[in-house]
Design a protein around this ligand. Sequence first.
Ligand SMILES: [Zn+2]
Ligand SMILES: [Zn+2]
Length: 646
Amino acid sequence: MIKITLPDGSIKEIEKSSTPLDVAKSISEGFARNVISAKFNDKTIETLTPLLENGSLILYTFNDTEGKKAFWHSSAHLLAQAIKFFYPKVKLTIGPAIENGFYYDVDLGEDVISEKDFPAIEQKMIEFARGKYDFKLREVFKKEALDYYSKENNEYKVELIENLDDGTITFCDHADFTDLCRGGHIPNTGIIKAVKITSTAGAYWRGNEKNNQLTRIYGISFPKQKMLTEYLELLEEAKKRDHRKLGKELELFTFSAKVGQGLPLWLPKGAALRERLENFLKKAQKKAGYEMVITPHIGQKELYVTSGHYAKYGKDSFQPIHTPKEGEEFLLKPMNCPHHCEIYNAKPYSYKDLPKRFAEFGTVYRYEQSGELHGLTRVRGFTQDDAHIFCTPDQLDKEFKDVIDLVLYVFKSLSFENFTVQVSLRDPNNKEKYIGSDENWEKAETAIINATKEKGLDYVIEYGEAAFYGPKLDFMVKDALGRNWQLGTIQVDYNLPERFKLSYKGADNKLHRPVMIHRAPFGSMERFIALLLEHTAGKLPLWLIPEQAIILPISEKYQKYAEKVLHLLENDEIRALIDTRNEKTGRKIRDAELNKIPYMVIVGEKEEENETISIRKQGEGDLGTFSIKEFVSKVNKEINSTLEQF
Ligand SMILES: [Zn+2]
Ligand SMILES: [Zn+2]
């Protein structure tokens, strides 16, 4: 007999060589039917692997991330089997589970797979699944594995196997299909009930563009048909909320192949929206004691050698720009911090002068592979709402908490209620990845955790997610597809002050190092606006939306009066326009509804006579007759209810 410890601490005594599935059955038959993967002593194993020693066992169902991983990993085998059925000469390479589903990279030779082939592949996968074949893992000798794939002429698998040690190689069999695999499967194919091939894309072998281009086939699968239906509905909804689509409809931004990939161009309405956001933050920052600074878009390479960015990211960044005569080297600014350190160094400070808070809407440039670029969320040039606070170690706690208040104010004003807070710490097993002393890291990590607790924030700790120079507090928001993005961030840094030899004169008349806080409540203007669009499906808060009202004259006769109303509204800083088209009022209302303009201002004979306006609210209908003054005060009241003063 062996002793198996379960996650709740309970211990099961079972016969040696029992499987995780046996353990599940001893808990309940119903539970066992849902168990699809297992971890034993922290190692992923098969549900049918015999347990030979005492240890701790975790059993997973599809509801667990680990369970989904096994499910989708196993589905990738099924996909490979179906591809092989239709394209017998295909060379299979790798096929992992991903966040939503799985893919398989295949070399199809002369063949091409397109969308019209998807249904047949899906059907074949389901047909194979219904065979209820067990996934069976078996160990093979390296030579045997190499022979197998040499015979298949599959140079990709041969390359993979050559990099493995003999004695660690396993194959997975199901039905008459075999694949090189490390393991982590569901018990059998029969559990896979619904399959969707979602797309194909080009992918280079091992991500290297010098290698062969393969076809990446993406899919997703579920244990119930209903779950697939729900997932596809979610995708549809997400498409409607996609910021790339909304950005185009609302005329906010565009991209141009001529200008370059990943470099957003802000259209007039988008630029105006960005300016409103910037002014909103500038106003709050001014109250919080920040001073604006401005720095150039490039800096000498030496600057980033000093900061440590060059050693860390130099190779993977845009490469240096050389001057034609002097042989100087400049880098596109990847971060504003080194520039701000030199602003601090421009004059001496005493402890009485601190904290100094330098803020800048600073545009930075980071190289991202073209395949990674995505709308405004992943770009190559973006503007951070950046600031750096230089303070004494004693001031750190208060400064950090004040920044949390500012971030929370920003999120509240924009109705981001569903954010999560993540404390990103160093990976304790991989300390050499980070720069700075252990002592300073510990001080900074404690400061962040204390401030977060004191502010009553619900947080999770993620080890290994810190910046290379210091730990941070990240505010994460989900996009329309449920993917997590980092928006606001606050980071403590003892390291750059050291590297830039920053100092202040203390009460003891000696020189001391200040502590630095990096912070950006929006994160980047681009990503923030993208998430805001997806969050609100384009129905932006009234204070931010490009057009707050549209004036609809019921016929040409009232054009003059409409212009007068527009003028009066603009005088009171209401953003409005006139629908001058020669259309029926009903049509104009419908279009305004579709364009999500919050207020429709209808003017006709009665209104002109009484110097009034009739108001409709988008999505709500008729609100009745108002004087212009009343309407302005109504709009302002609504704005003030979401946008409090900092
Ligand atoms: Zn596998
Ligand atoms: Zn910084």
